[in-house]
Design a protein around this ligand. Structure first.
Ligand code: HEM
Length: 546
């Protein structure tokens, strides 16, 4: 239970993220089935497709049931632990009612989304899908607004429904295109295009209304974590629109010429799903940050941002580990203990205690040093990958091995208060969300370095293995959006997270570009991801904390 308290903030965003994914593919599936698959289900192949689609709706609804149930339980436990509200009484709280509606609606969807999918079940599924969206809007920032509350709830519901119709419908399009006749490919391609356009329009309309309300000013957009997260979301949104536009062109070509190959359409649609899921991570983070308009005093002035981003020579010499705040404090505590004192040694810092770790100038220099050297590693990887792409340096194909060096570097240095450099034990340190995420990233880096090296040197022949690297890179980029450096000073943590967002966008772009290169042999995609690595390296080299 103590671990729950330690990681609550991070876990809350993770379960919200999982529920947004389940919701998108459940609600998006119901819409796609009702408007496109069910009308075409009178033919045998249509009935089989309906079955498969309803199964995916059920799987998505089950994901929702699990994630919303965990979310509800975690919040009620915290409410009891922090505010002393008994678990059973907490169910009456506003958030609990919204979550309970989502839970009940997801369970109903599990019951209704099955064959025979007659009129009664179709109506039941539509009602459940609508309740899901309204329940989600009732747990967003909108409910706590003093002014325009109802309009904001409607805007949030419309926005979430639009995201479900667009992104949530894509897996069903892919399902429908598999083995489809030319006529069916045209029918589903056209239908999906229309749904996407409705989705995009709804997203922009409702999203803009909410953005103007919650951000409220330019300084709230460029100088606050909420605006920063929204800006990151817009970058992904523009990427999605680009992929969507290419797909729209292919669907139009398909309409004119049934022989048009659909492999690129399918590959881009798969990348759209991946980037769409990343946006759900951003959206889940967005709801965990106080709207910028509510913290006018915390907006970082443009001058401070420009000053922080102005390139400076990277610091490539490390401060001494003993000069860091925690080791220094520990040394003082140890020195002040008498030899006879047999009681437990007082600790300078306890992971997961919820206290922010003490830091001093050496800690800042240590972290900057880490980011700069990580930048050199990633820059080297990017430049080697570019060299390999030129075809003039075959030795450069070994660039994935450089990731192993990066992983070892990060493992040893990311958390100097913990093992192997610090006194805090390996498992004990995992109670800190930041340390936990650092270790997760190290595992990720090792995994894709090993896989990609074996793929590039032909040691793994299975063509699917080549997709491990791009997918893990995209996940790594997405994880950066869930990662934060909690500091007592909101402005300082903003100035740090300011570098995370561009790295997340570049990481996700690199992952899906490599994926598209593998799937479509696109030269543009083939050059995009090495360049993204070079840019990530440069962002890291310009990283500063003070
Ligand atoms: C023009 C582009 C967009 C804008 C301006 C925008 C803006 C916003 C804003 C301001 C919120 C409210 C968050 C809050 O309650 O504080 C939000 C929520 C949300 N957005 Fe967007 N968004 C955009 C595009 C997208 C896209 C492309 C997707 C999905 C693919 C998406 C999915 C969501 C979801 C699921 C939520 C609800 C989050 C929650 O309550 O947990 N948005 N968006």
């Amino acid at each position: 239970m103590a671990l729950l308290f330690d990681l609550f903030g991070f876990l809350e965003v993770v379960v919200r993220f999982a529920s947004l994914i389940g919701q998108a593919f459940a609600v998006g599936g119901v819409v796609f089935v009702l408007l496109l698959i069910r009308p075409a289900a009178r033919r045998p192949e249509g009935a089989a497709l309906l079955d498969r689609a309803l199964r995916l709706v059920r799987i998505s609804a089950a994901t929702l049931v699990v994630s919303v149930a965990i979310d509800l339980w975690m919040k009620l436990v915290m409410l009891e632990a922090v505010n002393g509200v008994p678990f059973i009484d907490g169910i009456g709280a506003g958030f609990a009612r919204g979550l309970s509606v989502r839970l009940a609606a997801a369970i109903l969807l599990l019951l209704f989304a099955r064959a025979p999918f007659g009129l009664a079940r179709a109506i039941g599924a539509s009602v459940a899908a609508t309740a899901l969206i309204l329940g989600a809007a009732a747990t967003s920032h909108a409910v706590s607004r003093p002014d325009g509350r109802d309009l904001l709830i409607v805007a949030n519901a419309l926005h979430q429904a639009a995201a479900c119709v667009w992104i949530g419908g894509i897996p069903y399009l892919l399902m429908a295109l598999k083995g489809a006749t030319a006529a069916d490919a045209r029918y589903y391609g056209r239908g999906a295009s229309v749904l996407s356009m409705i989705g995009v329009a709804g997203l922009i309309f409702a999203g803009t209304a909410m953005a103007l309300t919650y951000v409220g000013s330019w300084s709230g957009f460029y100088g606050h974590a909420y605006g920063l997260m929204l800006g990151t979301k817009l970058c992904f949104f523009i990427g999605l629109l680009g992929l969507g536009a290419f797909n729209y062109r292919t669907v139009e070509r398909l309409r004119r010429d049934p022989a048009t190959p659909t492999n690129r359409l399918v590959a881009r649609a798969q990348a759209e799903i991946g980037i769409g899921i990343t946006i759900f991570a951003v959206a889940a983070s967005l709801t965990s940050i106080a709207p910028a308009i509510d913290q006018p005093g915390e907006h970082v002035p443009l001058s401070a941002i420009v000053e922080r981003l102005t390139p400076q020579a990277p610091g490539l010499t490390s401060p001494d580990h003993d000069d860091l705040a925690i080791p220094m404090l520990q040394a003082q505590l140890d020195a002040s203990r008498s030899a006879e004192d047999t009681s437990d040694k007082p600790k300078a810092f306890v992971c997961g205690s919820g206290d922010l770790p003490p830091i001093n100038a050496a800690d800042i220099a240590w972290s900057e040093y880490n980011h700069h050297w990580a930048g050199l590693f990633v820059l080297l990887i990017g430049l080697m990958a570019v060299l390999e792409r030129t075809g003039r340096a075959s030795w450069a194909r070994w660039w994935p091995l450089v990731f192993i060096g990066l992983a070892a570097f990060l493992f040893v240095r990311s958390d100097p208060e913990a093992w192997p450099l610090g006194q805090i034990g390996f498992w004990e340190s995992m109670r800190d969300a930041g340390v936990f995420q650092h270790r997760l990233v190290v595992l990720l880096v090792v995994a894709f370095a090993v896989f990609e090296t074996m793929v590039r040197t032909g040691r793994i022949k299975n063509p699917r293995a080549a997709y491990v690297f791009p997918i893990l890179i995209a996940i790594g980029g997405g994880l950066l959006l869930l990662h934060s450096h909690p500091l007592s000073d909101v402005k300082s943590s903003f100035l740090i997270e300011m570098t995370h967002s561009p790295m997340a966008v570049l990481g996700v772009a690199a992952g899906w570009a490599r994926f598209l290169e593998l799937r479509t042999k696109s030269a543009t995609a083939a050059w995009t991801w090495p360049v993204c690595f070079v840019l990530i390296g440069l962002v890291l080299l310009d990283y500063r904390e003070a």
